[in-house]
Design a protein. Sequence first.
Length: 487
Amino acid sequence: MGRLIIVSNRVAPISEGGPAAGGLAVGVYDALKETGGMWFGWSGDVLSSGQPQIKVEERGPVTFATIALMRRDYDQYYRGFSNATLWPAFHYRADLVQYDRHDFEGYCRVNAWLAQQLVPLLRDDDVIWVHDYHLIPFAQALRAAGVKNRIGFFLHIPFPASQVLLAVPPHRQLVEALCSFDLLGFQTSPDLRAFCDYIVNEANGSVDAAANGPLTLHAFGRSLRAAAYPIGVYPDEIAELAKAGERGKPVRTMKATLHSRKLIMSVDRLDYSKGLVERFRAFERLLEQASAQRNKVSFLQIAPPTRADMHAYQDIRLQLEGESGRINGRFAELDWTPILYIHKQYERSVLAALFRTAHVGYVTPLRDGMNLVAKEYVSAQDPENPGVLVLSRFAGAAQELDGALIVNPVDIDGMAEALARALEMPLAERQARYRDMMVQLRANNVSVWRDNFMRDLQGITATKNAKSGKGRAASSGKKAARETLAG
Ligand code: GDG
């Protein structure tokens, strides 16, 4: 088998404990560190003059090939079309969509330029796996540059319902560009369904029913395959990290601050898709309605900054600072601060150890492709005395994690009730829910995600080259099989 070439907008700077905040970086790094291969993309640097040059670095089995962006490219491709148009639209926030056709031109131009930078590094038998919404036109650009390799694409964020996607003016060009990939991967079957719906009802294409394995789609004069591949974590690795940190300083400090109060905990990049304001208000509602919980529970929200140079992100930051101040002002006492809101990043090992300390993992995005934090929280629990996950039905993870208390993230009363229930849940029920979720997390870990995707991508090569239909081996994981839409 040829090398695995991962392409993503941002190549994470990898520190000892793995990459920092950001689900794509965490998932991709976990997937690559076992197989080895190359990771190509933006270095994170922005140049105001000069000419970006590729930098190639070997770190163990992984080759990192990174390149800077010019200021105009950063503004149009990254801040503009990717994050002010696609990100809100794909998270069902049509109200926040900003569109500028020059940004879209910049987006296409940068995709073509990045593809040209990658071409000289490629070998004939490499398999290329492109990640996420920044790089939708990437296969089209590689094909235009003469690349014949198999190219797959995985979308980490939701794929929206057609009526929402139509809010993005070049929606048709985007879907046509997606059809240049050989295999498309989505997080969940609702995302896959939404894509098929667009293909059939907006693009005049068709979808062949499949008993199992990826669907075959025909549109824009091309045939391609598509399936759902829910991304996972390494639950046992996280459990070990969490256990090792149990007696560490951060946990001791946190416990000393709590005295014997219970802890509700959340970790999110500070993003409007994560439902943070509603979450703070539901915690407030809990304190209002379950007065016995006052001074008995604290809520720790860790929210590292992200895309801080964009207005929508500055707004959400101000809103949260206002909400946490207001709620603390209303309920705090001399010895108790109800909400501890921290706007900075922590090491992965510290987060894992804190998750293990928390009685409730409070994960309530308004929309999320998957949400790895939900999976990490469960993985980090003490099997003898696990905490409870309160999870939004609009996180992709809710399709798999039956053992969570599933909530609607705009239903403030419903979330407050779920918090109260989680805080009082008997041990036997907590253990049963935890065990059920760990079975699923182990069966569908990051390697399974990567291997299923790669097997299907390689399978297409075999089919096309040798004309021999190679079936997809059965997915492991009780629901991984269900995640593949059958028609
Ligand atoms: C996208 C999709 C999908 C967070 N704060 C810190 C930190 N993190 C880590 C978490 C987790 C990751 O970043 C965040 O991943 P999520 O999945 O929760 O969310 P997104 O960043 O929006 O990720 C998402 C994901 O891609 C993967 O496909 O699940 O739906 O939106 O691993 O632990 N890590 C460290 N310090 C922090 O302060 N070290």
